[in-house]
Design a protein. Structure first.
Length: 434
């Protein structure tokens, strides 16, 4: 059978594997394999909520092995670190267990059609101290690390007899894109809920400080200015310090230095500025890549130098006709690309030409937890941009995750999953305490 290999089980990669498994795999027309370094899938746009403690990782993780069995594809755990296009094999690095022992040896996975959907990672631009002292939110493990350190910081401050140090209980978030802005709002809520569980020596309004640092003149530069201003006003209303036009030059153990000479004290620092594709994609066996290591693709989503290799999601540099920039690295773009490739690969197997893909921008939505949700909707029916906020915007924001669950499981399981989580949340603390 035709061998289809999908590397990367993120929002787009897992949706694509599921759809191809249900169509080509179930009917025996192709052998579909998904490769990912993790055991479970989590929707990346929710990582800031896991980091803040608003959600429990264990309640939202989806086993790749279970999904593969339910939807007629195979899952292989591992990290791609190379490619041999002449022999048509993906090179997979060895996998190690928690004790550092080799779990799965280095291996090669053959393919006829390869789809690379390995996503992106934070780009610290080589800033001194960033890797040593700042935490990125690229993976569930990093979100869990930040949450654990935040809880420990609060417990330590509550137990100590000495006065708080200048940096204690202060958090600096570098980068005011969607992740940084939403994390700031979630942390404002969850830190106060955490303190309510017996940490009575901490006064959140007096002792805790969240600082959002952005090098650009305004936050959320990728969205309309009206949305950016509304977000700024809301954050400042929550007593979050919003510093714009401040470029971080160094991250230290106890704070952040900026180009203006200002030092911002911080016990915890999150780096949420800029993205880049994984380093191994740079000049991957002759494939064209850009300065962010993204693979350059044509409008049909196959790579410019190999029609047997496709790239999608954050790791792909895809043209956006009529615009002076490429398709943005968002979950909605990855979802649309997955749907398009799922329709095109059966045509490819039948010897038919591929059709070009066109990105449709439906707007942006930003959640500030229980405080508010704001966004802008775009589309032909609206005839422009519609600014939304409040309950309607919140329902639309929640529906984005539900649509992802629907794409993976279908309507019935999505409905039961939603009801189960609503019931569970009423029997647990509003914030993860461990």
């Amino acid at each position: 059978m035709h061998l289809i290999v999908i590397v990367g089980g993120g929002a787009g990669g897992l949706e694509l594997a599921t759809r191809l498994g249900d169509t080509l795999g179930r009917k025996g027309r192709a052998h579909v394999t998904l490769v990912d370094r993790a055991r479970t899938h989590l929707w990346k746009p929710l990582l800031h909520e896991f980091a803040a403690g608003s959600m429990d990782l264990d309640h939202h993780a989806l086993s790749y092995l279970a999904q593969a069995r339910w939807h007629h594809f195979r899952f292989q755990r591992g990290s791609m670190d190379g490619l041999d296009r002449r022999r048509r094999v993906v090179l997979v690095a060895p996998t190690f267990d928690e004790e550092g022992r080799e779990l799965i040896p280095r291996r090669e996975i053959p393919y006829d059609t390869l789809v690379i959907a390995v996503g992106s990672q934070t780009n610290d631009f080589g800033t001194p101290g960033a890797r040593e002292h700042a935490i990125s939110l690229d993976t569930p493990e990093q979100a869990e690390l930040f949450h654990r350190r935040m809880i420990n910081a609060c417990i330590r401050a509550n137990a100590q007899a000495a006065p708080l140090r200048p940096e204690q209980l202060k958090v600096a978030i570098i980068g005011a894109g969607a992740t940084g802005v939403e994390l700031a709002a979630e942390l404002h809520k969850t830190t106060r809920e955490l303190v309510a569980y017996g940490l009575d020596r901490i006064n959140p309004e007096r002792d805790m400080q969240l600082t959002l640092i952005e090098a650009a003149p305004r936050i959320l530069t990728a969205v309309p200015e009206r949305l950016s201003k509304a977000a700024t006003d809301l954050l400042r209303g929550l007593n979050v310090r919003v510093l714009t036009g401040e470029r971080v030059t160094e991250v230290e153990k106890d704070g952040v230095m900026t180009a203006s000479g200002r030092k911002i004290p911080a016990e915890l620092t999150v780096w949420a500025a800029g993205i880049q594709a994984p380093e191994f994609l740079k000049d991957l066996d002759g494939l064209e890549s850009n300065r962010l290591n993204q693979l350059v693709v044509k409008q049909t989503l196959d790579t410019t130098r190999d029609p047997d290799i496709f790239a999608m999601g954050d790791c792909a540099s895809c043209p956006w006709p009529g615009h002076d920039r490429n398709v943005p690295p968002t979950a909605q773009a990855a979802h649309q690309q997955a749907s398009h490739i799922a329709r095109m690969l059966p045509r490819r197997l039948a010897g038919k030409p591929l059709r070009p893909w066109g990105y449709r921008d439906f707007g942006s939505l930003l959640s500030f937890g229980e405080y508010s949700t704001i966004g802008s909707l775009m589309g032909a029916l609206l005839g422009g941009t519609l600014f939304v906020e409040g309950l309607f915007a919140r329902l639309m924001y929640v529906s984005l995750y539900r649509m992802h669950i629907y794409a993976l499981h279908g309507f019935a399981k999505m409905l039961f999953d939603t009801l189960a989580k609503l019931i569970t949340r009423r029997t647990e603390p509003r914030v993860k305490l461990h």
